[in-house]
Design a protein around this ligand. Structure first.
Ligand SMILES: Cc1cc2nc3c(=O)[nH]c(=O)nc-3n(C[C@H](O)[C@H](O)[C@H](O)COP(=O)(O)OP(=O)(O)OC[C@H]3O[C@@H](n4cnc5c(N)ncnc54)[C@H](O)[C@@H]3O)c2cc1C
Length: 401
């Protein structure tokens, strides 16, 4: 039986554990945290990734917690005018052969974790070791090993660095590239449906499961329902910095601060922000310049460790899942006995796609945040007239892989 060590039990790491187990691999996942969990926020998972999750047989479990938006609506900051809207729902699933789903991260994570722990699963096995902070990865003989802070060592035929933005695997192996701060920050709040229904000013939002984007000067807003429609995930992403993020990966901020992120915006949106609690999650948005240097011997990168991107195409998590599908396909198909060659095929296939999305996400930093003026009017005209994607990539290209 072939063995893989996966460093990082996030969305990418757990999906890779599942796809490799299906191909008969024995997998060990090493996670630094004492318990496996995800932050309390929403995540949108697009057809290029739900396709992988469906192939893993997870449709039923995921449908219990997902929300499928019926449409995506783009609105103007000042008066809420609908600039454009696009049907999603069944029409989108028919077109791409897989749905567009919105989740609470914890719900998606729980489904992946339960599947990892399924005692009846066929193929190989999955073992998960928590409180295992990996500090180094190294090639050894015909395989590779992960080494923990306290010297513990786990070896396999293959080592996958799925340890996110600040990947220790990436650093210790010496892959090039620095994390970049774009002076963009994100605020995320979760609001119970009952709170929105109780106020005539916000009750409208509960009528229809829409995925909404707000375009404004220097900031954009996003909201969508999760948890089977019981919770609204409300996000504002804007240009700026915050000293609380100098030494910490995130901070919790007040409702008043959240509302202050959109000064002068329409009451239609502001009234939603006013329903947040005093536990709005503030994070810096970090990314890397695209590169295709993801493989050293039997060590390979996946997800944010390989291609951290701004969330301005909503694709970072979906790309991690797509990586997991592609890697297993290469390790299962013809010629898979040569693990080195399979890793090279994975890299050659995935790196150009991820690079394009890293680039397109950066373009959107500008596109989403235009001040009112000629450029904004040209953008809105484009959105109105048969909008097929932004940042130089089309939905068709992004969602069909
Ligand atoms: C504001 C915001 C909104 C976003 N919205 C979306 C969206 O709607 N759709 C989407 O697809 N993507 C979205 N993303 C991107 C998405 O969150 C990430 O791309 C995704 O979580 C990457 O998954 P990953 O498994 O590669 O890394 P992570 O989720 O970061 O998981 C890494 C795991 O590795 C563990 N780890 C780290 N270091 C070590 C170590 N040294 N040893 C052992 N374990 C370690 C961590 O504890 C963690 O469990 C968003 C990101 C942000 C910031």
């Amino acid at each position: 039986m072939r063995t893989a060590v996966i460093v990082g039990g996030g969305i990418g790491g757990l999906t890779a554990a599942l796809t490799l187990r299906e191909c008969g691999w024995d997998v060990t996942v090493l996670e630094q945290a004492p318990e496996l969990s995800e932050i309390g926020a929403g995540i949108q998972i697009a057809p290029n990734a739900t396709r992988v999750l469906l192939a893993l047989g997870l449709r039923e479990a995921l449908e219990r917690v997902a929300v499928t938006p019926l449409d995506q609506v783009r609105r103007r900051w000042s008066d809420g005018e609908v600039i454009a809207s696009m049907p999603m729902g069944d029409e989108l699933e028919e077109r791409y052969g897989a749905p567009y789903w919105q989740f609470h991260r914890g719900d998606l994570f729980r489904v992946l974790l339960d599947a990892c722990r399924d005692p009846d699963a066929e193929g190989g096995t999955i073992r998960i070791l928590t409180s295992f902070p990996v500090v180094a990865a190294e090639n050894e003989g015909a395989g590779a090993a992960a080494i923990a802070e306290d010297g513990r060592r786990v070896s396999g035929d293959l080592l996958i660095g799925a340890d996110g933005l600040r990947s220790a695997v990436r650093t210790s192996v010496g892959f090039p590239g620095e994390l970049r701060r774009e002076k963009e920050i994100s605020y995320r709040a979760l609001i119970p449906r009952a709170v929105l229904e109780a106020d005539p000013e916000t009750e409208w939002i509960t009528h229809h499961p829409t995925n909404t984007l707000w375009y404004g000067p220097g900031a954009h807003g996003v909201h969508f329902f999760i948890r089977g429609g019981e919770t609204l995930c409300l996000v504002v992403q804007k240009h700026g910095t915050d000293p609380r993020l100098d030494d910490a990966p995130s901070a919790l901020v007040s409702r008043d601060e959240f509302v202050a992120t959109v000064p002068g915006w329409t009451p239609r949106l502001v009234s939603l922000l006013q329903k947040a609690g005093d536990d709005v999650l503030l994070q810096p948005l970090l990314h890397r310049a695209p590169d295709d240097d993801w493989v050293r011997g039997r060590i390979v990168l996946l997800g944010d460790a390989a291609h951290a991107m701004l969330p301005y195409q909503g694709q970072g998590g979906s790309q991690a899942i797509e990586d997991a599908g592609a890697l297993a396909t290469e390790l299962e198909g013809p010629g898979a006995d040569d693990i080195g060659a399979a890793l090279e095929r994975y890299r050659a296939q995935r790196a150009p796609i991820a690079a394009e999305l890293q680039r397109a996400s950066l373009v959107n930093k500008h596109f989403l945040h235009l001040p009112d003026g000629p450029e904004q009017r040209a953008r809105d005209a484009l959105l109105r007239h048969r909008f097929e994607g932004d940042g130089g990539v089309t939905f068709d290209w992004m969602w069909s892989h």
